[in-house]
Structure formats: C-alpha cells, structure tokens
Ligand binder design. Structure first.
Ligand code: HSE
Length: 307
C-alpha cells in the first residue's frame, strides 16, 4: 500500500471525574488525513484549507509530523511520507484535536507498513506527537482515538491502557467559541488536594467504570461527578452552569467539561434529549452573542477508519 486516507475522530478526555485517566472516542467531529509514501526519507506536511487549518506544517512542530519522523528513524525506513491534514476538529477546544492528528498519522502509517507496529508502539508514537502540544503529555485523548470506545489509562509511563466495555450513548458536544489551551487549563489546577476530596473522587471513578461496564445508567449518573477539576476549570467557561443544569433537567445522564474545555459534553441515552440540549445551548450562546458549534455524536467503538 502506497497511500491511505482516513478519518481520525475527536475524543472526550476525563469524562468528568477521570482526570487524565479516562477518554471516550466519538464519531464526530473528525480530521481527514491522507498519508502518501514518498521516495525521499523525510516528512512533508500539507495543511488542507479548513476553518481549523491554523496549525504548523513544519513536521517538528506538528503533532502528526513528530511521530512520522520517529517511525522513519526507529524502523530505519528508506522512504518517507507526505501527510495531508484537513482539520475538522476545532483547535484548543477540548475535543482532542492535537491527539486526533497524532493518532491518525500513526494509524495511517501503520497500515502502510502492513501493521508492523504493536498497539503499544502505536500509543507510544501518538503520545510523542501529543507532546508537541503540551508538556507532560497524557494519553487520555490518543488512547481512545486510536483504540476506540472508552479507555482507561492505568499508567501513562508504561502505557498500561485498557478498553472498558461501553454501550451506545448519544453525546451532545457544545463548543463555545473561545480558546483555552490545555497548558493554561492545567496551570490553574491545585498541585495538592485534600485526602477527603481524593476519597470522594476515586469512589466516583471506580463506580463510573463499573457503571459503564455493567450498563448501569443510574450508577453512571450518580458517579459522573468531578469535585476536583470541574469546579476550578468551569469558571473559565461562560455559561457552564447554565448548560450543565439545563442538560440535567432535560434528562442527560451527566454533563461536564470535555478535556480541558471549553467544550462541554452531555451524555444521553436518548437522541431527543441530546438534541434538546444542543438546541438549548445554541440559543443560550446566541442570546449571549458568543459563537458556538455543536455536534451530536455516538460512541465510536473502533477509532480511526479508512475513507
Ligand atoms: N486530561 C487532560 C486535561 C486532557 O484535562 O488537562 C486534555 O485534553
């Protein structure tokens, strides 16, 4: 295979209380990435025009370029790659945009290399790509993006990552038009937390994982509660309380910040509820003169797909 074109999906990191350890793969929005084998042993990146095309085409500064260079070097390939990236996932929005590019490039190159890379190697290279956008990169976007479904990062350093069974859900994504960089959203977090808060949080995480794997929506509902990160970050998101409260009133199972924000997500078991949340959010931001994109997605259980 000399070339391949794929879709690489958005993800919801944290999923409320699972800061840095839980991530969910969506079916939209997504990036489109084409990787073409070239004779020269180098990486050429072309950014295809889109509303989110403001990303570097220098491979050393691009989250897809870095893993491609790493794979060429480590596997001593005698060829290179032309990578064409059409961003469909808003930048700095909290939907795993940088991870989607990193993971999509690794997925596509692995297909060209006849699946030479193990799952762990794919995660390793995608994480190297994610490191371009944030210091101390975390795997809660690249893992769900590459593996699909709901992933649990037991340990980032050893890439001990597993999929948690999950049934289908509707996910309303509400992306008000302001940028929050992951780094800034991390810098404002407390460096230490009280033991009593930690106990509440890990009770919720354990129960949330059990809720998903045992298809117990009422357990998911009462566990999807982040008492540590959300109260700090939500202050950066105008309208957060209004969107969250209304989403719960409308029947969402849970609602929180997607990744480091400002996107919010509402998890729903009913399409009408998810649509009503989107309608409310659009009119809320319109009334407040703030631009907003919304997406209605399902859980994507397989990760990137070939177009
Ligand atoms: N877990 C990371 C954070 C994800 O919340 O900072 C960011 O995409």
């Amino acid at each position: 295979m000399n070339k391949i074109k794929i879709q690489s999906p958005a993800t919801v990191a944290n999923l409320s209380c699972g800061f840095d350890i839980l991530g969910l793969c969506l079916d939209k929005p997504y990036d489109e990435i084409e990787v073409i084998k070239i004779d020269e042993k180098k990486v050429i990146i072309d950014i295809i025009d889109s509303p989110y095309s403001n990303i570097p085409d220098n491979p050393l500064e691009n989250t897809g370029g870095v893993p491609a260079l790493g794979i060429i070097k480590d596997f001593n390939l005698d060829f290179g790659f032309n990578i064409k990236i059409k961003k469909g996932i808003p930048l700095c929005g909290g939907m795993g945009s940088s991870a989607s590019t990193a993971s999509g490039v690794v997925f596509a190159i692995n297909k060209i290399l006849n699946q030479k890379l193990t799952k762990k190697e794919m995660l390793k290279y995608a994480l190297q790509g994610e490191s371009v956008s944030v210091t101390d990169a975390h795997a809660d976007n690249i893992a769900p993006c590459l593996l699909g479904g709901l992933t649990l990062i037991r340990d980032t350093k050893s890439l001990d990552i597993m999929k948690i069974p999950i049934s289908d859900f509707y996910v309303s994504l509400i992306h008000p038009h302001f940028h929050i960089s992951t780094q800034d959203a991390r810098d404002i977090l407390p460096k230490e937390i009280k033991l009593s808060s930690a106990i509440k949080q890990w009770g919720n995480i354990g129960a949330l994982v059990l809720g998903f794997s045992s298809k117990n929506n009422s357990l998911i509902k009462r566990s999807m509660n982040d008492i540590i990160i959300e109260p700090v970050r939500s202050k950066l998101i105008k309208g957060f309380n209004e969107i969250k409260n209304r989403s719960i009133e409308l029947g969402a199972i849970g609602c929180s910040i997607s990744g480091s924000g400002p996107t919010m997500f509402a998890l729903c078991d009913d399409k009408n509820i998810a649509e009503n949340i989107i309608d409310f959010s659009n009119s809320f931001y319109k009334k407040n003169n703030i631009g907003c994109d919304t997406y209605l997605s399902n859980v994507n259980n397989s990760g990137p797909s070939i177009i």
